[in-house]
Design a protein around this ligand. Structure first.
Ligand code: NDP
Length: 284
């Protein structure tokens, strides 16, 4: 068997085109990003987010602060942007420099503008099934499964990884879509025993090619969130040879990565529409 590759580049382009139409209809939408320090990977991500936002007609503000900026100053800046009417969405690029309190900083963002969905109000609303902002990577994985007609309801789904930004929201979204969800992590006793039973595997670990063909049930849908820079180049968490066993597989690159940015843009439009009274949600 050779898996159908789930093309995130193509689907993301379509979502961006939809967002562009919405942005035009709305007239204006603003996204601010805050990057503290000079982590090279973060700089690449921020540049991509700005380019994508600009392309769909979202105005952007690119705030860069040196790593030595006092935490109080970062929080004060976030509060300024919270009060700035021209800013609909805001994100603080992670990781923050060592020693800076990630919880305090991300919690300072107004939940309505928190397009990453990391604020406890947004995490809580997702948990309760009344989301405003959904973390973009997990949302992107769900959109890819839907696009390729992968049946989630009643499926056995295994999420590898339990981070706040990917693994946990992924598990909640799969559960909300009626999958039977198992969350695996570094203390899971026999990972392969779980994955071999799964109809859907989502790998969000950060270990190159951790998921090998022998760990996958024939025909399963495998979503690879991993982005690992290795001496051999960019590698996902899933060995590409899994394509010989799986029914569906996201490639790296060109799978989940582009979806994350597209859904961040969609979240910015959601924030803009909500702030103009054009979107209701039940979680407030
Ligand atoms: P974290 O490091 O925060 O979390 C990794 C998770 O994997 C943890 O829950 C950890 O368990 C678990 N884990 C580690 N080793 C193993 C193992 N051997 N077996 C099973 N579970 C294990 O990473 P993130 O969630 O932030 O990111 C995961 C990957 O996704 C990274 O490669 C990252 O670069 C990528 N990523 C990609 C994005 C995209 O847009 N495509 C966006 C965000 C992330 P424990 O909790 O016990 O420590």
């Amino acid at each position: 068997m050779t898996a159908t590759l789930m093309n995130g580049t193509a689907l993301a382009a379509r979502i961006r085109a939809e967002v562009a139409v919405e942005a035009r209809e709305l007239g204006s939408a603003g996204l601010a990003t805050i990057l503290v320090g000079d982590d090279p990977a973060s700089e690449i991500y921020i540049a991509r987010k700005h380019a994508a936002a600009t392309e769909v007609g979202i105005q952007t503000r690119d705030v860069r602060l040196p790593a030595s900026t006092p935490e109080d100053e970062v929080v004060a800046l976030i509060e300024e942007l919270n009060a700035d009417d021209s800013i609909d969405g805001m994100l603080v690029q992670l990781p923050l420099p060592k020693g800076m309190d990630e919880v305090r900083v991300t919690h300072a963002v107004d939940p309505i503008k928190d397009v990453d969905g990391f604020h406890p109000v947004n995490a809580g609303n997702l948990y309760l099934g009344t989301p405003l902002h959904i973390p973009a990577t997990a949302w992107g994985c769900m959109e890819l499964l839907a696009e390729y007609g992968v049946e989630v309801g009643g499926a056995d789904a295994v999420v590898i990884g339990r981070s706040e930004i990917v693994g946990k929201p992924m598990a909640i979204l799969l559960l909300a879509a009626n999958a039977t969800v198992t969350i695996c992590h570094s203390r899971t006793k026999d990972l392969a025993e779980h994955t071999r039973r799964a109809d859907i595997v989502v790998a969000a670990v950060g270990r190159p090619w951790l998921v090998t063909p022998d760990m996958v049930k024939p025909g399963a849908a495998v979503v690879d969130v991993g982005i690992n820079r290795t001496e051999h180049g960019l590698r996902g968490d899933v060995d590409p040879a899994v394509a010989e066993v799986a029914g569906y597989l996201t490639p790296v690159p060109g799978g989940v990565g582009p979806m994350t940015i597209a859904l961040l843009l969609r979240s910015t439009l959601r924030a803009a529409r909500y702030r103009r009274g054009l979107l209701a949600f039940r979680g407030n």
